[in-house]
Design a protein around this ligand. Structure first.
Ligand code: GCU
Length: 417
């Protein structure tokens, strides 16, 4: 499809919604959002354990060799977009830009790592931050965060007024105390937050023969963020301070969606943690509760691929639902965190995905959810291969959340049960 037609479709979608020039318009536009549990439509989820050819999946081998690749392909082609072959081979150049062995009064070493990608179409660069606890036996397990904060900003400096915190509030000191490295990857290094032009960034390196726009089944914004996360893990595999086989990837909200898609495609990630990832993250599309496909695509047309637009209002026709995304983590541990007031992200839909993914975990001899009922507020499920909590409050990552993620890491990445 040509760029011109794309723009026409895009303008139509934006016109449909109005431009949200003010909050009132946006509120009116969202007046039809459903938050009422009694109005959730009846739905049937696509079967997890039946192949595209209609065969039952009854063994771990069948899951790994047949069903799992089919599900990854469905998400690639219909939701997040496939990463195409680059236009020409990509050269990757890694440079350690700066090392500060005295970060947070000597608690950790802070490294700035530049990763540059180039081919004859252009260049793109990521700045990855790696914080490694000092006085700890190396290599250490790590948490990697898909971050909204720019890794070049002061957000990642220690905050002297709050011991153990960095300026954006993250409790890095506690990660170091528990023996983890912490890695930050910035979401806008390779693609703009709401890119609809694709004239700069990583996509350019993949456009062939005069192409200037992703095709209907090709990667949009979340796909590019996910690709960057994988490249950061490539780097960690070369860093002797970090055990790249014990990296937990985490992200909040849009970055929670990116986290799930990154770890789904790349089984090298040992764990995935999705905080309030909601629509296109952990929440089921078919519940249509809080943000829906239509709402997402209206505001953020290219977070997903263009094929996803075809299912607006037709979620029942989707060949996947997000319980299949959670199942793609299996047998690796996955943690899903919700906030009960974060209704835009549909906490109940997030839990339902975890619950319905459990049959894959069970098939692989792992522990999933045993109850379809949302657990009580603030009672985290940690000693399980699918971890979960729903806490009071709304859309944020609180100390309570961070600490449960670390508890889940302690349980799975340190001592094996
Ligand atoms: C918007 C968007 C959500 C997203 C959130 C965020 O609310 O609709 O899908 O998760 O932004 O990233 O904070």
């Amino acid at each position: 499809m040509s760029q011109k037609i794309n723009c026409v479709i895009l303008c139509f979608i934006l016109a449909m919604s109005g431009s949200f020039a003010d909050a009132r318009e946006q509120k009116e536009y969202d007046a039809d959002v459903n938050y009422d549990e009694n109005k959730i439509p009846h739905y049937d989820l696509p079967p997890l354990l039946v192949t595209a050819e209609g065969q039952s999946v009854t063994t771990a081998q069948q899951w790994a060799n047949e069903r799992r690749p089919q599900i990854v392909a469905l998400f690639s082609n219909f939701i997040y977009g496939r990463v195409p072959e680059p236009a020409s081979p990509i050269q990757t150049e890694v440079e350690v830009v700066e090392v500060d062995p005295n970060f947070m009064d000597g608690k950790a070493t802070r490294k700035e790592i530049s990763i540059k990608f180039s081919n004859d179409q252009g260049t793109a660069e990521m700045l990855v931050l790696v914080f490694v606890p000092n006085n700890t036996e190396k290599p250490v397990p790590a948490f990697m965060k898909h971050s909204f904060n720019n890794t070049r900003s002061n957000d990642f400096k220690a905050d002297p007024s709050r011991p153990g915190r960095i300026k954006n509030g993250w409790p890095l000191g506690e990660f170091f105390d528990r023996g983890y490295a912490f890695v930050a990857v910035y979401q806008q290094d390779l693609v703009g937050h709401n890119d609809v032009s694709f004239s700069r960034g990583i996509h350019r390196l993949f456009f062939k023969d005069g192409q200037s726009f992703p095709k209907a089944r090709e990667w949009g914004v979340l796909g590019a963020v996910a690709w960057g996360g994988m490249r950061a893990l490539d780097y960690l595999e070369t860093d002797d301070d970090v055990d790249a086989s014990r990296v937990a990837l985490m992200g909040h909200s849009k970055m929670g969606k990116a986290t799930l898609w990154t770890a789904a495609q790349d089984p090298r990630f040992a764990m995935a943690i999705s905080a309030q990832s909601g629509c296109a993250g952990a929440a089921l599309w078919r519940r249509k509760s809080g943000e829906t496909l239509q709402k997402m695509v209206t505001r953020f047309p290219y977070w997903l691929c263009r094929n996803a637009w075809k299912f607006i209002g037709q979620e029942d026709d989707l060949p996947i639902d997000q319980h299949m995304m959670i199942a793609l983590m299996a047998p690796r541990p996955v943690y899903i965190a919700s906030g009960i007031e974060d209704t835009w992200a549909d906490p109940r839909g997030e839990y339902a995905s975890a619950y319905h993914a459990s049959k894959v975990y069970e098939l692989l001899g792992k522990k999933g959810m045993t109850s379809a009922k949302l657990p009580p507020l603030g009672e985290a499920i940690i000693r399980s291969d699918i971890g979960y909590h729903v806490r009071e409050g709304g859309h944020s990552v609180d100390l309570y959340d961070w600490q449960r993620f670390m508890d889940f890491g302690d349980y799975h990445l340190k001592q094996q049960p």
